[in-house]
Design a protein. Structure first.
Length: 222
């Protein structure tokens, strides 16, 4: 897909625009420190990556509830006896999670040429807090709360396409599982922001692959 064929770029938010791994690690370590427990950052993320999709695949619950349940599962996996009422720490920390260094400069460049959107597995109120970190406006926003579903389900994407109307849409995201695969299944052009140097499966290849948002802005001539 060439730049002149794009009207709107939609982004995944957490992991693509926001450094959520750093935020998750900091939140877990700060809470565990209250109990005198030290947690390894890589082990936190490994356990989180397993737990969260399982919880999201069940009956719809708010993302705040998903974060709480995920926090408890991760704690158990890591041998930390966390009381259920303390699982709220992760959702409480989310508004402090910050953008990657390349995010805002790239968004400003892209906003001069394209409309922008967000398709995110999150509640509206949590995304509202996160958006305070961004210097640009988003013309199209679809959250899990709005569609009562979590990616990699297709609801975010079909809703986004419907709201885009005649605007030609390109999706950009870091998560291969949550975003690239469903976009490919729906034949939506997708740029994989492959921050972690992962390998794509042959049956779900992104339209383009970049390492960060600076590379995306360069690719699209912004």
């Amino acid at each position: 897909m060439m730049a002149e064929q794009i009207d709107i770029i939609t982004f995944d938010c957490y992991g693509t625009l926001i450094d959520w791994e750093a935020g998750i690690i900091a939140a877990f370590q700060a809470e565990a420190d209250k109990d005198g427990i030290e947690l390894n950052g890589d082990q936190i993320i490994e356990a989180y990556a397993i737990a969260e999709p399982v919880i999201e695949s069940g009956a719809y619950a708010s993302y705040r509830e998903v974060l709480g349940a995920t926090a408890l599962r991760v704690a158990t996996k890591l041998g930390w006896d966390l009381a259920p009422e303390r699982g709220t720490f992760l959702a409480t920390s989310l508004p402090t999670w910050r953008p990657f260094p390349d995010t805002n400069p790239a968004l400003e460049r892209l906003a001069r040429r394209y409309q922008l959107g967000i398709l995110s597995n999150v509640d509206d109120e949590l995304l509202t807090a996160t958006r305070l970190y961004f210097p640009v406006d988003f013309d199209l926003i679809v959250t899990a709360q709005q569609v009562r579903s979590y990616k990699p389900g297709h609801a975010h994407f079909t809703e986004g396409l419907g709201r885009a109307g005649n605007r030609r849409l390109l999706h950009a995201a870091q998560s291969y599982f949550h975003d690239v695969v469903p976009a490919c299944e729906l034949q939506i052009p997708v740029v994989w922001v492959n921050r972690k140097g992962e390998i794509a499966a042959a049956d779900h290849l992104p339209t383009h692959e970049v390492r960060n948002l600076t590379d995306l802005a360069n690719l699209l001539g912004a």
